[in-house]
Design a binder for this molecule. Structure first.
Ligand SMILES: [Zn+2]
Ligand SMILES: [Zn+2]
Length: 154
C-alpha cells in the first residue's frame, strides 16, 4: 500500500484478516480439580510436557499420557491393557481425584473436563472421552466443548 493510503482518507479493506493461528496450539497448563498440575516433563511430545492421567478400570490401573498439542491424537498407555469400548475412570495422577464429567460424548460415554486454569472453570477446560478407543478423539478445546454442548445426542 502506498503513502497515499496512509495519508489520504481512503479506508482500509474491511476484510483484513489479522487472525493467524500459531503453528501449534499447546495446552500449557492443566490441572486436576484440586489444583495439581498434570503436565509431565517425563512424557514429552515434540518437546512439550504431556498431559498425564491415571486410568482406573475394574481390574487394572495404569497411566495415560496425551500430547498437549491441540489436534494431535498422540497418546501413550503405560501399564494399561487397552480394551476398546471400555469406559474407565480418569483420575489425577497425584491425588486420585476423578475428573468431573463435563458432557455426554457422541459415543454414549462421558467427556471429562481437564481444567486449564486453577479456577476449575468449565469455560477454561479441555475434554476427553472416558471410553478407550474413543480416546482416539483428539483433545478438544473449551470452545469446541461448548459447541458440543449445543448438540443433542438423545
Ligand atoms: Zn490432584
Ligand atoms: Zn466418546
Amino acid at each position: 500500500m502506498g503513502l497515499k493510503n496512509l495519508l489520504g482518507g481512503q479506508t482500509l479493506p474491511k476484510e483484513t484478516h489479522l487472525e493467524v493461528l500459531p503453528p501449534h496450539q499447546v495446552v500449557e497448563h492443566c490441572f486436576c480439580p484440586n489444583g495439581h498440575s498434570i503436565l509431565s516433563d517425563q512424557h514429552q511430545y515434540d518437546g512439550y510436557p504431556g498431559i498425564l492421567l491415571k486410568l482406573k478400570a475394574a481390574e487394572q490401573e495404569g497411566l495415560l499420557s496425551l500430547s498437549p498439542i491441540i489436534g494431535d491424537p498422540a497418546r501413550t498407555f503405560h501399564n494399561f491393557r487397552q480394551q476398546n469400548g471400555d469406559v474407565i475412570d480418569i483420575c489425577c495422577p497425584v491425588c486420585d481425584t476423578v475428573f468431573p464429567i463435563y458432557n455426554q460424548c457422541g459415543c454414549g460415554a462421558h467427556l471429562i473436563a481437564l481444567f486449564t486454569s486453577q479456577k476449575n472453570d468449565y469455560s477454561d477446560c479441555i475434554g476427553i472421552c472416558q471410553r478407550i478407543g474413543c480416546l482416539n478423539a483428539e483433545i478438544i478445546s473449551g470452545r469446541e466443548l461448548r459447541l458440543l454442548d449445543r448438540v443433542n445426542y438423545f
